[in-house]
Ligand binder design. Structure first.
Ligand SMILES: O=C(O)CCC(=O)C(=O)O
Ligand SMILES: [Fe+2]
Length: 333
């Protein structure tokens, strides 16, 4: 496994790639079926067009955001810090990255307390750092690098909340939502950041960085590095979402799909591991206010907590998330 030079920075389960089990034939085929990259819709936050935004959310469930107002230096500093942080030894990361932050690997599914959900059937080739933004002030560290990272995240969190709120308000307008009701559908206080490292190596032919899923959020905002690997499922094809510097990728999440009565779609996506280079991404997820009941003509009323509990149950018992289908109303007749 020559690609992983900094072997001791990896969780032990990631260190023995040559001994990884042989891949099943059907999964290998899946590895080869990405159809290349296509230009995904672009939305300009400075000159926001409701038509363009609405179209992108309906046809794609995803778009590229430009003119978002985040200084390029902040994005690059965050990426640099993420690289340095994940390069620390596995043991140091476990010791340093403690509550309210949490360090996890092998699965992106976490329990409410921020621990990785164990017992999931599929291993995802990733390590992650979970950062609940509203609890960031409680994170104290003597380590100067971590303290600097905390300040960068705080600054980034402010931008993310601004962007999410601006986009959500525009979406609510596009969908003609009742302003009173939609107010509680997006709560900045629920926002959290996930910083990921996907290892590189020969397992790229054998395993996924992150298996196919939809996001449970209202909106997700992704800043990916130049390695690439994020793919979306559209028109029965897997398409690569090309990395373009200083742009953000916005996903419509499951909550937004329900809020929009299925007019917007929560797009299925996955992450491919790169053979030669590690990949880093920094993702933000935001949710409805605690207790806010989502009313929709397509689903029975539910809160995000109901949804999350169901997802965790399914992930444990089935190995995957069933998602919105669990809440869909069965049409009469
Ligand atoms: O790493 C990425 O680009 C995407 C991660 C993702 O899809 C997720 O955390 O839900
Ligand atoms: Fe995702």
């Amino acid at each position: 496994m020559p690609e992983m030079s900094n072997l001791d920075s990896y969780p032990p389960v990631f260190r023995h790639l040559n001994g990884a089990p042989q891949i099943a034939a059907e999964l290998k085929n899946a590895m080869e079926d990405t159809q290349g990259s296509v230009p995904i819709p672009v939305v300009d936050l400075q000159f926001l067009s409701l038509d363009k935004l609405g179209e992108a959310c309906k046809d794609w469930g995803l778009f590229r955001l430009v003119n978002h107002g985040i200084p390029p230096s902040l994005l690059s500093q965050l990426q640099d810090h993420a690289k340095k942080l994940f390069a620390l030894s596995f043991e140091s990361k476990q010791a340093l990255l403690t509550s309210p932050m949490s360090y996890f690997w092998g699965t992106p599914a976490l329990t409410r307390s921020g621990d990785a959900l164990r017992g999931a059937l599929n291993i995802n080739w990733l390590e992650g750092l979970n950062v609940p933004l509203s609890q960031l002030p409680q994170f104290q560290s003597e380590d100067p690098m971590l303290d600097c990272f905390r300040l960068l995240l705080k600054e980034y969190g402010r931008h993310l909340a601004r962007i999410a709120t601006t986009l959500f308000e525009a979406m609510a307008k596009d969908l003609d939502l009742d302003p009173k009701q939609s107010q509680s559908y997006l709560a900045e206080s629920t926002g959290f950041v996930r910083v990921y490292r996907y290892p590189s190596g020969s397992m790229a032919d054998e395993a996924w960085g992150m298996i196919a899923h939809t996001d449970s959020s209202v909106l997700s905002i992704v800043s990916q590095d130049q390695v690439g690997g994020l793919e979306i499922f559209k028109d029965n094809k897997w398409l690569l979402v090309n990395p373009i510097p200083n742009t953000l990728i916005i996903h419509v999440g499951d909550m937004m799909q329900a809020i929009s009565d299925d007019e917007y779609i929560s797009v299925k996506h996955r992450v491919r591991v790169n053979k030669r280079e590690e990949r880093f991404s920094i993702c933000y997820f935001v949710f409805p206010a605690e207790g806010s009941v989502i009313h929709s003509s397509k689903y029975r009323p539910f809160t995000y907590t109901d949804f999350q509990e169901q997802v965790q149950k399914d992930t444990k018992t089935l190995g995957y998330k069933v998602g919105l289908e669990r809440f869909r109303l069965i049409a009469d007749g």
